[in-house]
Design a binder for this molecule. Structure first.
Ligand SMILES: CC(C)(COP(=O)(O)OP(=O)(O)OC[C@H]1O[C@@H](n2cnc3c(N)ncnc32)[C@H](O)[C@@H]1OP(=O)(O)O)[C@@H](O)C(=O)NCCC(=O)NCCS
Length: 182
């Protein structure tokens, strides 16, 4: 397995076409997709495979706008989840960060904050970004706690910004700045 980087307990590599089945499985769990913007429509393995193929850029070059990783626990090949920096602006040096840990039984073990820390280090030290931001549903305390533990700060609230399972839900804006991050 070609590993791009490691954190304390996790490996990170580029997503591959062979990950399509496992990603499709993750997204069919309503608990996993509940807090994801992409979670409103059904998924097929063929669609996931096409999406992965589209993301399969040549070696990263200046101006690339998205960088995605699959990650898993060291010593195991199984993919635990995916994470990415999206809409990277090399002008403003910011990006939106996203994460998905695909099996609820793996939540609450500190992997979320470990991935967040690794991705902030990658964003600031490797990509020379200045700001990494995200929006998280206000009724997703596990996410908010993990992101704060990794150094993201709350910046404000988008009131009733999204519709989740029949209810309007606020979204919390959070960000980490390179100048505040260690
Ligand atoms: C959001 C997500 C990445 C968090 O990952 P994680 O590995 O569970 O995060 P961590 O273990 O680092 O931290 C979660 C913290 O929230 C706590 N927590 C979880 N559910 C909670 C709840 N309902 N109320 C209060 N705290 C809660 C956990 O106990 C843990 O805190 P602790 O370490 O002090 O005990 C993961 O839940 C996930 O992938 N969910 C599905 C997809 C998703 O929602 N993606 C993010 C969209 S913004």
């Amino acid at each position: 397995m070609a590993i791009y980087m490691n954190s304390e307990r996790l490996w990170f590599r580029a997503p591959m076409g062979a990950d399509a089945a496992v990603l499709t499985g993750f997204l069919h769990d309503p608990r996993v997709r509940r807090n994801l913007a992409i979670g409103r429509y059904p998924f097929s393995e063929e669609g996931e495979a096409r999406w992965l193929a589209e993301q399969d850029h040549p070696p990263a070059m200046d101006g690339q706008t998205d960088v995605r990783f699959a990650f898993g626990a060291q010593g195991q090949e199984q993919v635990l989840g995916v994470t990415g920096l999206h809409r990277i602006s090399m002008l403003h040096r910011n990006a939106e960060w996203g994460i998905l840990i695909g099996r609820p039984e793996e939540w609450g073990k500190g992997y979320g904050r470990e991935v967040a820390r690794a991705m902030l280090a990658y964003a600031f030290r490797t990509l020379n970004l200045h700001r990494v931001w995200l929006r998280v549903n206000a009724d997703h305390p596990g996410g908010i706690k993990a992101y704060e533990a990794a150094g993201f700060r709350r910046e404000g609230v988008f009131r009733q910004h999204i519709f989740v399972d029949g209810t309007w839900v606020d979204q919390v804006a959070m960000a980490a700045l390179a100048t505040e991050w260690k």
